[in-house]
Ligand binder design. Structure first.
Ligand code: NAP
Length: 340
């Protein structure tokens, strides 16, 4: 087995703990495919796992030091080998995937079960665009569909509309569901949020949406910067507040408000969904991307070896859409990839 590159870490800390290391190419098991990763995302979850600053997350990553040495969950790439029992994919397929709790995506090669969260990549998009229609969308889709049960004609406010999850939610709510969308972001990102399809944009530096007198069927706090108690007055009767960010308060509020028919609060953990459900959603996202119902929003692309820089950008909390890593030579797109 030849040695390939991966980004590894052995202790929690700043982006400086990340190292570029040569590792063995993973060998696919009978039902696995081996994917040559062209692009992968760096998310706030990767940053939390790297820093170890969220104590509850250490239950998953390891109490004292990380158990899994390579971070990353979302990839776009090409199948280069398949196990002898694989029937759904073949060598040469362009695929996109979520490696889930196995992580390991910040590497040149990733092994994933053919029954995992894996699907054929959308036609017409290059690998960076492909991973960027996965990042955020695979979170926003279940929040809007399963959590909020958002319907055509309803009004939704999305707080943090310029981040990865928020930008995905604006597009899905507007163009896939047909809801009326209000996005909340800073002054500099107003135009970008409008371009994604928001009917209205509120600049949080100039106005507090919870005190404007407007009410909504759904408030989706994609950035996790508000709270149910503040947003409650901006909800219509029977409306729901959803947040991406866990806290003891939101757990208690979601228990208290469940089943009473009044205003509700909810948190979801979309990463913990079964692989089969994620794979179904990947196929839907591919369809939506091919139909240009949704489009990628990319903040920046860094060569794999510069993963620490990418983490610094994510740590800033100001990214606009997705931060990506690429294994394509010196960050230059692969000329054989679709879309180039
Ligand atoms: N529960 C789950 O299943 C789940 C899944 C995935 C992610 N998450 C979590 O979801 C959160 C969002 O992820 P992401 O990738 O979208 O993050 P992100 O891209 O880093 O979000 C950053 C955005 O937040 C905005 N923001 C910062 N302060 C704000 C404020 N006070 N009010 C409104 N917007 C503000 C920033 O916009 P401005 O520069 O315009 O302020 C920036 O564009 C993260 O905490 C992540 O850990 C949860």
């Amino acid at each position: 087995m030849i040695n390939v590159k991966a980004i590894v870490y052995d202790r929690y800390g700043s982006p400086d703990v990340l190292r570029n290391e040569e590792v063995e190419t993973p060998a696919p098991g009978d039902r696995d495919v081996l994917v040559h990763v062209h692009a992968t995302s760096v998310t706030p979850t990767d940053a939390i796992f790297r820093s170890g600053r969220v104590v509850s997350a250490r239950m998953f990553t390891g109490p004292l030091r990380p158990r899994r040495r390579t971070l990353g969950g979302e990839i776009s790439g090409q199948v280069v080998a398949v196990g002898k029992g694989v029937t759904k994919f073949k060598v040469g397929d362009r695929v996109f995937a979520d490696t889930g709790s196995a992580l390991g995506a910040h590497a040149e090669y990733v092994r994933i079960s053919e029954d995992g969260a894996l699907a054929i990549a959308p036609a017409g998009l290059d690998h960076r665009e492909t991973v960027a229609v996965l990042d955020g969308m695979l979170t926003a889709l279940p929040f809007l569909r399963d959590g909020a049960r958002l319907r055509e004609g309803q009004e939704i406010l999305i707080n943090g509309a310029s981040g990865t999850v928020g930008a995905a939610a604006v597009q899905l709510a507007k163009h896939h569901v047909g809801a009326r969308v209000t996005g909340v972001c800073s002054t500099a990102k107003r135009e970008m949020v409008e371009s994604l399809g928001a009917d209205e944009v509120i600049d949080y530096a100039k106005a507090d949406f919870t005190r404007g007198g407007r009410t909504y069927d759904v408030i989706f706090d994609a950035a996790g910067k508000s709270s149910f108690s503040r947003c409650r007055r901006a909800l219509r009767p029977g409306g729901i507040y959803l947040t991406t960010t866990p806290s003891l308060t939101i757990f208690l509020r979601s228990l208290w408000t469940r089943g009473f028919g009044g205003k509700r609060a909810a948190i979801m953990f979309t990463g913990l969904r079964p692989d089969g459900d994620k794979a179904t959603d990947l196929r839907l996202l591919a369809e939506l991307a091919e139909a240009k119902t949704i489009r990628p929003v990319i903040d920046g692309v860094y060569p794999l070896a510069e993963a620490a820089e990418a983490h610094r950008r994510v740590d800033s909390g100001r990214k606009q859409g997705c931060v990506l890593l690429t294994t394509e030579q010196n960050g230059v797109p692969d000329p054989t990839a679709e879309g180039h």
